[in-house]
Design a protein around this ligand. Structure first.
Ligand code: NAD
Length: 482
């Protein structure tokens, strides 16, 4: 283990925090990854000040240089995705292929937004008053606070940092406590960009309740983009509203995958495996509710249980692992409590939900499938965030659609069907930001908008060209041409 703490990057310097935290591999509790700086509120203020000072010079940096900086970050992430993906999986616990895929995807966000740097076009209009011309252009918002979760430690941050920088903003990034190394590794690449004025990008690792709270309460940031739980998101919304700071939230979910009676069984099982259990079900896009037509219910449940019983649960870096550990001891206890509560309420646990003894000690849980559940049970209302899916029987399409929409959340929704008519209606009537037809609910592209409805999201969409709305301000200029 490297005993020197990994530092925060503030104002173009590596700085020690007020304290440090120890980062432990959830697949192997004897494997200490390292020590990482934890900022206090004062250090967060220092970072915000540095960002305010640097932002103007970054916005004044020519487009070509800005393009080159984003391109270089993206290219390096993609080129080093095997090495950095390994570190990400070691820290977060997702299987190696998913860790490598996440780093590569993070690079794609940077190269995509590098291209967007060059695509910043304005508009002109004639005034209703003769001789006056109008120019409509977009300007940077200013200082953007980025707060990210642990489950996609690099990708969620990349899809915020890349557009923020592309549109000329400065960034203060507060990553999640559980995953400081992925944040540090991305920051290390960004810190080497000589054309990025010092202070344009700042990494402030720290506790949410300390450094995060200082960031959301600051009157000196211009926008906060947050991905995390509903509970913390509500705090972010309240704090930013008080200061009239722009805010964007991507939050929890309770996504449904509908399996209709005409579904191709293999497609349905594969979509459930990928959607409900990849990343140990710790995805905001996970299909934790499987809404299954009663005529296919028994066949589907039997096929899925058979498949789940063959899945390898184990350390993230073992290449045969299909399901890694859950994130922490707390997460495992919370998931187990949810399963026990559902069983007490009448659910049947067909498989999984048991601690798995692997070669190393980690937070392993076998993938659980619960049947005989209804949509009112707590397990089908609250986010479980673990390798657990609950089957709810539906009488027909109308019932399945009503169940899909009967939730406080609305991030993704999927349907497996051969019917064009069901697919068409589901596409239009599902109350979700992303709809999947004959696909898993998890797994989205990087060049199109991403986000949800109801309690899953607040504010404008992330990703693709839609991100411009959040990271820019519109200015309308009137010119008297005479
Ligand atoms: P979390 O809400 O506990 O933490 C998210 C971030 O907020 C962390 O960086 C944390 O340190 C910080 N934070 C905590 N308290 C804070 C405070 N008082 N002020 C400011 N910041 C504070 O979420 P998590 O456990 O890291 O992530 C899991 C959650 O994220 C799940 O609910 C999941 O659905 C959600 N998520 C959503 C999306 C999406 O795009 N909708 C994507 C990934 C994860």
């Amino acid at each position: 283990m490297n005993t020197r703490p990994h530092l925060n990057w503030i104002g173009g310097e590596w700085l020690a925090g007020a304290t440090t935290t120890t980062n432990i591999n959830p697949s192997n509790l004897d494997d200490i990854i390292g020590e990482y700086a934890l900022a206090d509120a004062a250090q967060m203020e220092t970072a915000i000040d540095a960002a305010r000072t640097a932002q103007r010079s970054w916005a004044a940096t020519g487009l070509e240089k800005r393009y080159q900086v984003l391109r270089a970050i993206g290219d390096e992430l993609m080129a080093r995705s095997n090495e950095l993906g390994r570190e990400l999986s070691r820290e977060e616990g997702k299987p190696l292929a998913e860790g490598v895929g996440e780093v590569y995807r993070s690079g794609q966000f940077f190269t995509y937004y590098a291209a967007e740097v060059l695509r910043q076009m304005g508009e002109t209009a004639d005034s209703v008053r003769p001789g006056i011309e109008i120019e409509i252009r977009r300007e940077p918002v200013g200082v953007v606070g980025v707060i990210s979760p642990w489950n996609f430690p690099m990708a969620t941050a990349a899809w915020k940092i890349a557009p923020a920088l592309a549109f000329g903003n400065a960034v203060v990034w507060k990553p999640a406590e559980l995953v400081p190394h992925s944040a540090w590794a991305l920051c290390e690449i960004i810190s080497r960009q000589a054309d990025l004025p010092p202070g344009t990008f700042n990494l402030v690792n720290g506790k949410g309740t300390v450094a995060g709270q200082a960031l959301i309460e600051s009157k000196h940031v211009h926008a906060i983009t947050f991905t995390g739980s509903l509970e913390v998101g509500q705090k972010v919304l309240a704090a930013t509203a008080m200061n009239m700071v722009r805010c964007q939230l991507e939050l929890g979910s309770k996504n449904a995958l509908v399996v209709m009676d005409d579904a191709d069984l293999e497609t349905a099982v594969q979509a459930a495996i990928a959607g409900s259990y990849s990343g140990s079900g710790q995805k905001c896009t996970a299909s934790s509710r499987l809404i299954v037509h009663e005529d296919i219910h028994d066949r589907f449940v039997e096929a899925l249980t058979r498949r789940l019983s063959t899945m390898n649960v184990g350390p993230s870096l073992d290449e045969t692992t299909q399901i890694g550990p859950v994130a922490s001891a707390d997460a495992r206890s919370r998931i187990e409590a949810h399963i026990a509560g559902a069983e007490q309420a009448g659910a049947t646990r067909l498989c999984g939900g048991e601690r798995v003894q692997a070669a190393s000690e980690g937070y392993f849980l076998s993938p659980a499938l619960l049947t005989d559940t209804d949509n009112h049970m707590t397990i089908n209302r609250e986010e479980v965030f673990g390798p657990v899916a609950c089957v709810i029987k539906a009488r027909d399409f109308e019932h399945a659609l009503a169940l899909t929409n009967d939730t406080d959340y609305g991030l993704t929704a999927g349907i497996i069907t051969e019917s064009l008519s069901y697919a068409h209606r589901f596409k239009r009537e599902a109350e979700a930001g992303c709809v999947m037809i004959n696909l898993a609910t998890a797994g989205t592209d990087y060049h199109v908008p991403f986000g949800g409805r109801k309690a899953s999201s607040f504010g404008t969409r992330e990703q693709g060209q839609y991100a411009r709305e959040f990271y820019t301000e519109v200015k309308t200029t009137y010119v008297n041409a005479r």
